[in-house]
Design a binder for this molecule. Structure first.
Ligand code: P6P
Length: 340
């Protein structure tokens, strides 16, 4: 047995994602291991996507795919690659009966009709940043199906308000790759160790600061913003807050989660109901924000209360530190004319 001093030099690697899921399985109502396996399937796909992102320039999967998705947005090659990887992992893993994906026009029926869960996913958010080596992410959201198992899932299973999520999270492919997860018992961050192919618990019980001095918005769209938004941005500038906008929602959210801040994507002329999609961008990150002590609204309505009416529905989004979101909300809801 090594002497005690030597043992102290050997820091434990910590808790793997697998072990964390197993240890917390008891927290999952009706858990019989399927949700744990579903989370493992998502983590597995993220490891493969992580490897492909890190080598994009070398294996010719950077750049445009040459087609558009359901929203008329130009697909990057990695959008398609990531969608295949996650869809395949979810289909083969057997724990998801249906998938909504940013990259698929319609709901995908996996054939796993005996499974209890449906997944909404943005396989690669911010993918236009791939070519310039800026952080991108995957966002996922998990619901229990509403129709009986062993039947073909329907739109009733996938069009659920965000408050019914059983788990949600994102993978940030950044300077390090992190998986940030909630199952309704707080927010926990796992850092990927590629040499071991494992995610290790590195940030247990993450909390977003009540307030902050960072605001994230595309100020190039300022002329489109309604008066309340313009008033809030005037306030931020008067206070000499820092404007930080990466163009990758996951990366902007992740920074604000650590440091405090607000991310805003208001209604604009091009996107009169906002740009971000409720099912696989707003709902999962709203769940995380609230679990970390923050807030997420459309400016007038709690994101998690909205009953979606279409797979790719967009909503305006104000998300982050509670006090900052509430301040923006107050200005949005006051009929305040823009200063001449
Ligand atoms: P804009 C990426 O396309 C994305 O969906 C989010 O990741 C990001 O926050 C937003 O759009 C950026 O949109 O209009 O400012 O380029």
């Amino acid at each position: 047995m090594a002497d005690k001093n030597f043992e102290k030099l050997i820091l434990p690697m910590g808790t793997t994602l697998d072990r964390f899921i197993m240890r917390n399985q008891a927290h999952f109502p009706y858990a019989t291991g399927e949700l744990s396996q579903l989370l493992r399937d998502i983590a597995l796909a993220s490891k493969i996507v992580n490897r492909e992102i890190n080598r994009a320039g070398l294996i010719n999967i950077a750049g445009s795919y040459g087609s558009n998705n359901a929203h008329g947005e130009e697909q990057q090659k990695l959008d398609v690659v990531a969608n295949v990887r996650f869809s395949r992992a979810l289909r083969n893993g057997g724990e998801a009966c249906a998938i909504i994906s940013e990259e698929d026009d319609d709901m995908v029926i996996t054939g796993n009709n005996a499974s209890k869960y449906v997944v909404a996913i943005d396989p690669l958010d911010g993918s236009s940043n791939i070519d310039v080596n800026v952080a991108v992410g995957t966002i996922f959201s998990i619901y229990r199906r509403r129709t009986p198992v062993n039947t073909t899932p329907t739109m009733e299973d996938v069009l659920q308000a965000g408050r019914w999520q059983v788990a949600a999270g994102y993978i940030l492919y950044g300077s390090s790759t992190m998986l940030v997860l909630t199952t309704g018992k707080g927010v926990h961050g796992f850092t990927y160790e590629p040499s071991l192919g494992e995610y290790y618990l590195s940030h247990p019980d993450m909390r977003i600061p009540e307030t902050g001095t960072i605001y994230s918005v595309n100020e190039g769209l300022l002329p489109d913003f309604e008066p309340g938004v313009q008033r809030y941005l005037e306030y931020c500038r008067a206070k000499r807050y820092s404007g930080r906008y990466i163009g990758s929602f996951v990366a902007d959210f992740h920074r604000n989660l650590f440091k405090g801040g607000i991310f805003m994507y208001p209604a604009t002329a091009k996107h009169p109901t906002g740009k971000l999609r409720i099912m696989y961008e707003c709902n999962p990150l709203a769940f995380l924000a609230e679990q970390a002590g923050g807030k997420a609204t459309t400016g007038t309505e709690r994101i998690l209360e909205i009953q979606p009416t279409s797979l790719h529905q967009r909503v305006p989004l104000y998300i982050g530190s509670r006090q900052m979101v509430e301040h923006a909300e107050a200005l949005l809801q006051a009929e305040v004319p823009v200063r001449a």
